[in-house]
Design a protein around this ligand. Structure first.
Ligand code: ADE
Length: 241
């Protein structure tokens, strides 16, 4: 999977992508990240990439030309064989990104992520290049870089081979719209609190049943809004809801 991130702050992207699990996947060649500096593509002699908004108002708007030329350079690099490469613009004015979307995007070979700054990007270039508008939540950040990294991280860990244990990508929070069960590690007793006995029993069927129940109870308590779409059996619905 190849990520291309169009940004005014490429160093920020490079820092994040060199670390942790994602960094390992980059080193092993499963993922590539290319941070493309939009400023490198401006034709303005002072390297300017923004200007005042027509109609007035606060702040500056990123101009169409450097964004378009940076995108075109990436698009040409990917090549004409890949006709339907998605270009995702991170913006709070969009549907909220989800685990389900992460799984869908993980099937793509290439993803272009566009990060905005200031008061946004000239609408005309967005109309030309963007295929998907996505938000990471109902709050406003200072730029699209952190949202792009959130999306890239969530998508990356759904790419086969990125997680050491393939299973941990599926039996986890939000699988089937349920939250994950609580986890425990050594010691068996800490701060006068014992690990639930069933987890020490060695009976895998009982462990699975307990974890399933904990997932359901936790979702009811913490995210009841997920229940309407949760994968519950008839019996579970009768028992818990
Ligand atoms: N840019 C600024 N805020 C954002 C958000 N919440 N999601 C995506 N992009 C953004």
């Amino acid at each position: 999977m190849h990520f291309y991130i169009l940004t005014l702050f490429p160093d920020l992207i490079r820092q994040i992508m060199q670390t942790s699990i994602i960094g390992r996947a980059v080193n092993s060649g499963i993922l590539t990240f290319e941070a493309v500096n939009i400023r490198d593509y401006t034709t303005d002699k002072h390297k300017k990439v923004d200007d005042y908004p027509y109609g007035g108002g606060a702040g500056m708007v990123m101009q169409a030309q450097p964004v378009y030329d940076a995108w075109k350079a990436v698009r040409e690099k990917i090549g004409p064989d890949h006709t339907s490469v998605r270009t995702i613009y991170l913006t709070p004015q969009a549907p909220v990104f989800s685990q389900q979307m992460a799984k869908t995007f993980a099937k793509e070979q290439h993803l272009i992520l566009l990060c905005g700054h200031y008061e946004g990007i000239d609408e005309r270039v967005l109309e030309e290049i963007v295929t998907d508008y996505l938000s990471i939540g109902d709050y406003v950040l200072t730029g699209g870089e952190l949202p792009a990294m959130v999306l890239a991280d969530a998508v990356s860990r759904m790419v086969p081979g990125v997680l050491a244990n393939e299973q941990s990508g599926s039996t986890e929070s939000l699988e089937g719209s349920l939250l994950e069960y609580p986890q425990y590690s050594r010691p068996e007793e800490w701060n006068h609190k014992k690990v639930p006995a069933v987890l020490l029993s060695g009976n895998h069927a009982n462990v699975d049943a307990w974890r399933r129940e904990q997932s359901i109870l936790r979702t009811i308590e913490r995210r009841p809004d997920l229940l309407s779409q949760a994968d519950l059996t008839e019996k579970e619905r009768e028992t818990y809801l």
